[in-house]
Write a protein that binds this ligand. Structure first.
Ligand code: MEV
Length: 319
């Protein structure tokens, strides 16, 4: 038997513009996790090995042979992650096995649930066959699967989750991590509205296609915010981060990826004393984050967010 887990992630700055080559900053969120367990259940028999692989995801009511998932739901991310990992490991006739998946990361909420499930399954499978894959290899397999979740992913989710480190991410470039000179505190609140990233990413693409020069200029502004945020984090000037979050949220509103619920939570956090707040991830629902200083303010801000309708609130330290 082999088991692995992977954290969630939160994008601090730069979502959406990151799809267009601008940098973004993201960190792992260890309070939420995806888990995968893989157990051999016998020898492979029959024509198709995928008949002997059982996929169980009790949280979503899925108990099915892999072959049925492939035929009824193709392309299915869970089927793809198993197939791609076995292919990467060079295993074409695996023994019968069962994959059991669980996750405390809310789906379609901007916390990287899809990428975390992929990373946990990839590592658990590699462990079952006593093989080790580098973080880069794990991230690359998860990136292929992310394409099924949302079309043109930048790769930031699979990168921050596979490496489980703070990441300064530029699409197509080698991973850079960043240092946190002084820890800072975030309150992350979930609108409770599932919002598929595919849709918001697709809508931003339509805007960009209709007026590239306007949106390239908006993405440039996001890129400047990200650079300033990185230098503030690396030099311990965390008080500069609040206004930068507000500026990033305004640019995301311009991209039409906020929502009345996200704006309500952002306003509630600010009214309760947060230094800055913004949506995080694909938007239109999912999570927002607020910068809290000093950390003693966090419980009161979390309470205000619950009163404003947040379904789940996480307080986390970065650094
Ligand atoms: C999703 O977590 C972040 C987006 O920027 C999409 C992506 O980078 O693939 C919205």
């Amino acid at each position: 038997m082999s088991a692995a887990s992977a954290p969630g992630k939160i994008i601090l700055f730069g979502e959406h513009a990151v799809v267009y080559g601008r940098p973004a900053l993201a960190v792992p969120v260890t309070q939420v996790q995806a888990n995968a367990t893989v157990e051999k259940t016998g020898e492979f028999q029959g024509e198709n090995w995928a008949d002997s692989v059982l996929v169980a995801a009790p949280d979503i009511g899925l108990f099915s042979p892999l072959s049925r998932i492939q035929s009824e739901h193709a392309p299915h991310p869970l089927a793809a992650v198993i197939e791609n990992t076995l292919q990467r490991l060079g295993i074409d006739r695996p023994p019968a096995f069962r994959v059991t998946i669980g996750s405390t990361i809310p789906v379609a909420s901007g916390l990287g649930s899809g990428a975390a499930v992929s990373v946990a399954v990839i590592r658990a499978l590699a462990g079952l066959f006593e093989r080790s894959l580098s973080d880069e290899q794990v991230s690359a397999i998860a990136h292929e699967v992310e394409k099924l979740h949302h079309g043109t992913p930048s790769g930031i989710d699979n990168t921050v989750i596979a490496y489980a480190k703070p990441v300064y991410f530029v699409r197509g470039e080698p991973i850079q991590t960043f240092s946190v000179a002084r820890p800072f505190y975030l309150v992350i609140a979930d609108t409770g509205q599932a919002a598929p990233t595919r849709e918001s990413v697709g809508d931003v693409r339509k805007l960009w296609e209709a007026d590239k020069s306007r949106w390239e200029a908006v993405f440039d502004k996001v890129g400047e915010v990200v650079q300033e945020a990185r230098s503030a984090i690396e030099s311990g000037q965390t008080s500069r981060l609040g206004p930068l979050m507000d500026a990033n949220h305004a640019l995301l509103q311009e991209m039409t990826v906020s929502s009345p619920e996200l704006d309500r939570l952002v306003l509630a956090a600010k009214t309760a004393g947060a230094d800055g707040a913004k949506l995080s991830g694909g938007g239109r629902g999912g999570n927002m984050l607020a910068l809290v200083h000093p950390k003693e303010k966090a419980p009161a801000i979390a309470e205000s967010l619950r009163k404003a309708g947040a379904k789940n609130v996480i307080i986390t330290q970065v650094g």
